[in-house]
Ligand binder design. Structure first.
Ligand code: KIV
Ligand code: ZN
Length: 386
């Protein structure tokens, strides 16, 4: 089995389903160009049937994406599929992503249908999509809650109809990592023809497990992860692109890699946040503003002596200039001396003791002590600077 995990970016489709974060075509084009440069393998550009605006976005994105496959979502009906195909006609590498719900709850309550009819619709849709393009991804919506036996049957049938990628979405973010991993393994062991297709993980974060589930998926043989920048998406969001990429990079013992240029992660995270008007939580892994910030004295002392004592990722690897030492009432002398040195003042041991007393008074009043506080602290101790 090959060791390259394909990254399928769905920031512009599933990610954009965040309430209040809709993007216009111009913003989508700005992001699509950057997502392509990031090195993703597939960009899901939109759901063309959903609105004329989304159709137009997929058409325009198809024209500018140079490296990645461009994918359009559809439901399992001919009209959706035809419109998706039409929107992709300028794409160098077009992919249609079609599918249907396969869990009992979806079959009964969404479709008022039965398992046999669902399989027929799935087969028909894939076969119809295949008339338009070669690369067809099939999604078994709510696969996370679909019984493995039925899921295997659906997968086997859509492979026969021409699917090239099988998407196994944990649509409701319900699965445990071991359960999701076992599901992927079950399909590999029980579906005829599975070796001819790529299995894709598409996990939602309702229980905070989207990243873990995707990683268990690839450990068990999936070779594509569907994810979004900053983990944005409906409800609690999707698998976060930057998290899965850095997990595979940091854990080289897994023997899996991606084509992502990780040095662009911080920049693209900020661009998505700005264009969507959706702030990144400060403690977000990899791209949060605190991801490389240290504020407690013990940690600061360690990081100043050797960065790796409290950091497993070199900030430069994700496009962050450097780790930061934030001065708070929990900081110690080492951190104050370090920041004063950055400010251009080398304090003797005695001077440091004196300024540290001043520092604690300011730090107890403020959340964070900054360089703008330094002149007063130094003047109060008659220390020359500048
Ligand atoms: O979560 C999901 O099941 C989806 C499908 C439409 C792929 O987003
Ligand atoms: Zn989804």
């Amino acid at each position: 089995m090959n060791n390259n995990v394909k990254i399928f970016d769905t920031t512009l489709r599933d990610g954009e389903q965040v309430p209040g974060c809709k993007l216009d075509t111009k913003s989508k084009l700005i992001l699509a160009e950057r997502i392509d440069l990031l090195g993703v393998d597939i960009i899901e550009a939109g759901f063309p049937m959903s609105s004329p605006g989304d159709f137009k976005s997929v058409v325009e994105i198809s024209k500018i994406v140079k490296n990645a496959s461009v994918c359009a979502l559809s439901r399992a009906n001919e009209k959706d599929i035809d419109i998706a195909a039409e929107s992709l006609k300028n794409a160098i590498k077009p992919r249609i992503h079609t599918g249907i719900g396969t869990s009992d709850i979806h079959i009964k309550h969404k479709f008022n249908s039965n398992k046999e009819s669902i399989i027929e619709l799935a087969k028909k849709s894939v076969a119809h999509a295949k008339k338009h393009v070669e690369d067809i991804e099939f999604y078994a919506e709510d696969a996370g809650r679909t019984d493995n036996d039925f899921l295997a049957k659906v997968c086997e049938e859509v492979i026969k109809s021409g699917a090239t990628v099988l998407n196994i979405p944990d649509t409701t973010g319900y699965c445990l990592p071991s359960e999701y991993g076992d599901k992927i393994k079950y399909l590999i062991d029980n579906v005829d023809g599975i070796d001819k297709v790529t299995i894709s993980c598409h996990c939602h974060n309702d229980l905070g497990l989207a990243t873990a589930n995707s990683i268990y998926g690839v450990i068990n043989g999936a070779r594509q992860i569907e994810c979004t920048i900053n983990g944005i998406g409906e409800r609690a969001g999707n698998t976060s692109l930057e998290e899965v990429v850095m997990i595979l990079k940091q854990h080289s013992e897994l023997g899996l890699d991606t084509n992502i240029n990780s040095k662009l992660l911080n920049e693209i995270s900020q661009k998505v946040s700005d264009l969507m008007g959706m702030p990144v939580q400060p403690n977000k892994a990899i791209v949060g503003s605190n991801a490389f910030a240290h504020s407690s004295g013990i940690h600061q002392d360690g990081v100043i002596k050797k960065r790796e004592t409290y950091e497993i990722i070199d900030p430069l690897d994700v496009g962050v200039d450097k780790s930061s030492i934030v001065l708070t009432a929990r900081s110690g002398r080492a951190a104050l001396a370090f920041r004063m040195k950055e400010f251009g003042v080398n304090l003797s041991k005695k001077e440091l003791d004196n300024v540290y007393g001043e520092f604690l008074i300011v730090a107890d009043k403020k959340k964070e002590v900054t360089e703008s506080d330094f002149p007063t602290m130094l003047n109060n101790q008659n220390i020359k600077y500048g």
